[in-house]
Design a protein around this ligand. Sequence first.
Ligand code: TYM
Length: 333
Amino acid sequence: MEIVVSGTRPTGVLHLGNYFGAVRNYVRMSEDPNYTCYFFIADYHSLTTHHQPAELTKLVKQTIATYLACGLDPKKVVIYIQSHLPQIPELYLLLNMLAYKGELEKVATFKEKIKMHSENINAGLMTYPVLMASDIIIHRAHKVPVGKDQEQHLEMTRNFAKRFNSRYDVDFFPEPVAYNFGSELIKVPGLDGSLKMSKSGAANNAVYLDDGDDEIRRKVMKAKTDGGPTEPNQVKPQEIKNIFELMDIVSAPDTIRHFNDAYNNCNIRYGDMKKQLAEDMIKCIAPFRQKINELLVNEDYLHKVVRKGGEAARESADKTISGVKKIMGLNYF
Ligand code: TYM
């Protein structure tokens, strides 16, 4: 049996990037009997930037509902909230002794965040990769379904796992790998011409799994385009490439071929392409939206799912922490 672990920061209902980059793979892996899966809500990870307490509570519930709406079955996988496992901060503290300031300062996401929040460069932000490694190796995971933006964090997780093994001359932690069924990790682009669909991007950058039909149409129709190709088979500029990449995700192969040919023959009408993209996104999103809204009114059920998941996850985490403490000589009596 291989262990699979992954998580999402509770920044609300997820967007198409989260779904196609990660959560769709959670669901596929959860259906494979060769995997034992742990999927969590990374609430501690959302505290590195100043948060609103009441908002966080609401967002955690929305994220649980979204996991379930996407098809995670609590009978097959362990679904839990990160802060329900005291073993995670315990391992984080121990791993911090093996994490060096120099390597943490070099992490791309840290460098980006300190530019965005220069008034709040806190130690939690800097040690984010150590907490993320703790989330993963607390269950001694082998595979981690994530999008391309998490690649460097996974590399650091492997470094910490290897460092622990070599420091104590043991073979305790496996070296977990970032995983995607399509083999390459993916990055779903934004509708505003940016390389990544993101919760913190511009207003019409991301399409959320609970967006209404008209909202989706509005966002897609506002997507950036240009004056159109001026010669056959012209290289696509970034914003046009993005629209094609989004179509690759939600549209049928015939539709994609039709617009690709039109682009290459210089007779593409971006308005028609965007209308089609919006309708294909709606087809994909409408069932999620309905399910999320149904689940959100059933708070008792959401609570039951994470209570049961928390128990199973703590049991697994306890075994790891006991092993780690024994290896480190922290088992006195
Ligand atoms: P987060 O919350 O930003 O995103 C959750 C998952 O969605 C993927 N993702 C994308 N994939 C493709 N294209 C996009 N545009 C896109 N945007 C987001 C992310 O790669 C991620 O898999 N640090 C993590 C949360 C985390 C975690 C962990 C993940 C904390 N501990 C342990 C795995 C294992 C994060 O901020 O993801």
